[in-house]
Ligand binder design. Structure first.
Ligand code: CTP
Ligand code: ZN
Length: 152
């Protein structure tokens, strides 16, 4: 690791999400449900130079590990992300995100007539396709800017 990459300091314990496409860090935080009000300790690097991606974002969340459903949705906006579990300042586990077959919750269907948009909503569920996702209830397909459909 070069000094260049040490722009954001190392953490003692938590999760480093690395190799996020440049500009997507805030969307990653939205997927994790982190808006800063709960007191999570978070460091963000945006548009950091990267050999592999040209520029990348990095998100470091202290004291927390991620659930599989968070990782599944993350893979849709950051397919090349690496997830590093840090304990005692060391990288203890490093894994890539996998593209899931389906994602439930987290993303909202844009069709206002969809059963998932009603007043007692059914949890959303999307089938993951090449280049998009499809609502399993109403067949609406989202191809672009998936991050804009994250529930806020
Ligand atoms: N990291 C951190 N705190 C630590 C250890 C590592 O914030 N105590 C961060 C590093 O800054 C890096 C990521 O976790 O962004 C992965 O660390 P490491 O595996 O040491 O870096 P690389 O070898 O560059 O990772 P890769 O091969 O995945 O590019
Ligand atoms: Zn729908």
């Amino acid at each position: 690791m070069t000094d260049q990459e040490l722009r954001v300091s190392k953490i003692q314990r938590g999760t480093v999400i690395d190799h996020i496409p440049g500009g997507q860090a805030l969307n990653v935080l939205a997927i994790l449900g982190i808006d800063g009000t709960e007191g999570d300790v978070v460091s963000i690097g945006m548009n950091v130079p990267s050999d592999r991606l040209g520029r990348k974002d990095v998100v470091k969340v202290e004291g927390r590990e991620l659930s599989q459903s968070e990782l599944d949705v993350l893979s849709l906006i950051a397919p090349d992300a690496s997830i590093n579990i840090i304990r005692e300042f060391e990288v203890r586990q490093k894994h890539r995100v996998d593209r899931p077959e389906r994602v439930t919750g987290v993303l909202e269907c844009p069709n206002h007539n969809c059963i998932t948009s009603e007043s007692e909503p059914v949890e959303t569920e999307f089938e993951v396709l090449d280049g998009g996702i499809r609502c399993v209830y109403c067949d609406t397909i989202i191809r672009e800017n998936i991050a804009s459909h994250i529930y806020v």
